[in-house]
Design a protein around this ligand. Structure first.
Ligand code: MN
Ligand code: MN
Length: 464
């Protein structure tokens, strides 16, 4: 054996996915990414993602859990958890006591939530007060076009859906920053302090209501517009869930169109991958479960987060219909916690260990552990679990790589993995590497999006 053969045989050398992509795969990748972009344009909040996926699932033969008395292989089930999270299952040939293949991702993204009493006027400008949701660099949310998405529950029980800023003819809203000419003091502050949370006030209008001398004429004029269009009064904000997100559609990025720019790839890029691949299943060997969770960005808490018992209830009901034990089901299951990781950014090379970082175009990234400062808070996948996912992905020719979240002691983060593992379900993180994660416009590579969809499908179709 010469040295080249030795190298080939003994050394691990991840390859750029484009060097392995067949023409047919390239076609599939482009088709898949077109559909993904349509999803991103339609679903900017968890509510919109639930609606989109529920409608697509119903069109593909899924029915609500309540309508089932018994389950047979190939049955397609969903459970809408209060319009904020949603669970899907395709029933497998084996009983659930032999385990399910679960792919869990999240459909909430960092954004600005409108406060309960938000509307005010200052110096002839009407504003919404906001409270940011999830981890953001606050300065990034100034001076960009923003949209309002959400729902309002009126006192009479009527629900109003609000979307402003997405149609070409819609106005957008905006958060101002200080002009550079007067920024002497601001420029000396840290990036964390340059824009404060209470400065993230959204400009709604400036034209005062006519023929009136009273106070807050601009605020009143804005309230009139909201009343005309949506029938709202100011008190209705108390029972509203309005969010401020970047306005506009997803875009192809790069002269070669190899990248996708969009708001909220984290984690709808993995949510869409796990959902789209589920729709293509016939009757898998093991039941395939797709979880689209809410509240990951603030700790997976609350009734729609991954820590909610709602997941147990859903699985319990499926197990009951098969007359099997839910605990046995969990113990024998496998979970891919499908969430994004950071893509290596040469502009910030010093923050990463390049040997162990996810890279654009190297495929779906398997992350053994996340956490911070000595793996704190991580669900550290075992060698056995890593071995399982390696063979599952290789068997289906999925392009994959490994990733860690930055260099040791640089920072850290988490996913839903720990909450699945806490349920006695072997779990590992995997997902799409992202540039500028949590920024208003995030970047991913088409190849990695496509391979993450392929990875989800490989998991759903695998033996456990
Ligand atoms: Mn995420
Ligand atoms: Mn995130």
């Amino acid at each position: 054996m010469n040295n080249e053969q030795l190298r080939e045989k003994l050394l691990y050398a991840p390859k750029n996915g484009y060097d392995r992509l067949t023409e047919q795969e390239r076609q599939e990748m482009n088709d898949y990414c077109k559909n993904y972009m349509a999803f991103m344009d339609a679903a900017k909040t968890e509510r919109e993602a639930v609606q989109f996926s529920m409608r697509a699932a119903e069109a593909a033969g899924f029915r609500s859990l309540d309508s089932f008395q018994e389950l047979k292989p190939g049955d397609r089930v969903y459970y809408n958890n209060r319009n904020k999270s949603i669970l899907f299952a395709v029933i497998g040939e084996k009983l659930l006591s032999e385990g399910a293949n679960i792919v869990a991702s999240h459909i909430d993204s960092p954004r600005l939530d409108v406060k309960p009493n938000p509307l005010y006027e200052d110096s002839g400008i009407a504003y919404f007060k906001t409270h940011y949701y999830g981890g953001i660099k606050k300065y990034q949310w100034t001076t960009i076009p923003l949209a309002i998405h959400g729902v309002v529950y009126k006192k009479n029980g009527e629900v109003v859906t609000v979307t402003i800023g997405e149609e070409e003819t819609d106005p957008v809203v905006y958060i101002s920053d200080l002009l550079i000419h007067l920024s002497g003091d601001q420029m000396k502050k840290t990036l964390a302090e340059g824009i404060a949370g209470e400065q993230l006030n959204v400009i709604l209008g400036t034209e005062p209501i006519a023929d009136e001398e009273g106070a807050d004429r601009v605020k009143l004029a804005v309230m009139c517009l909201l009343n005309e269009k949506y029938g709202l009064i100011e008190e209705d904000f108390l029972s509203a869930e309005l969010t401020i997100v970047p306005a506009g559609k997803s875009r192809e990025v790069g002269l070669d169109r190899s990248l996708l720019g969009a708001y909220g790839h984290d984690d709808r890029v993995c949510a869409y991958a796990s959902f789209a691949s589920l729709l293509e299943l016939g009757a898998p060997k093991h039941t395939a479960v797709c979880v689209l969770a809410d509240k990951e960005e603030i700790g997976s808490v609350g009734i729609s987060g991954m820590q909610s018992r709602c997941f147990e209830l859903f699985m319990e009901r499926l197990c009951q219909m098969q007359g099997v034990n839910r605990r046995a089901c969990f113990a024998n299951s496998f979970c891919l916690s499908c969430d994004v990781c950071n893509a290596f950014d040469p502009n910030f090379a010093e923050t990463c260990d390049k040997r162990n970082n996810g890279q654009l175009n190297f495929g779906v990234a398997i992350t053994k552990y996340t956490g911070s400062r000595g793996k704190g808070g991580a669900s550290d996948a075992s060698a056995e679990v890593m071995g399982h996912i390696r063979s599952v992905l290789d068997a289906k020719g999925v392009v994959w790589q490994t990733a860690t979240l930055g260099k040791v002691d640089q920072g850290g983060g988490g996913t839903v993995a720990a909450y699945m593992a806490n349920r006695n379900i072997p779990t590992v993180d995997a997902g799409v590497p992202v540039l500028s994660m949590h920024a208003p416009l995030e970047l991913v590579s088409k190849l990695d999006c496509y391979m993450t969809m392929r990875a989800s499908k490989a998991v759903y179709e695998s033996e456990i």
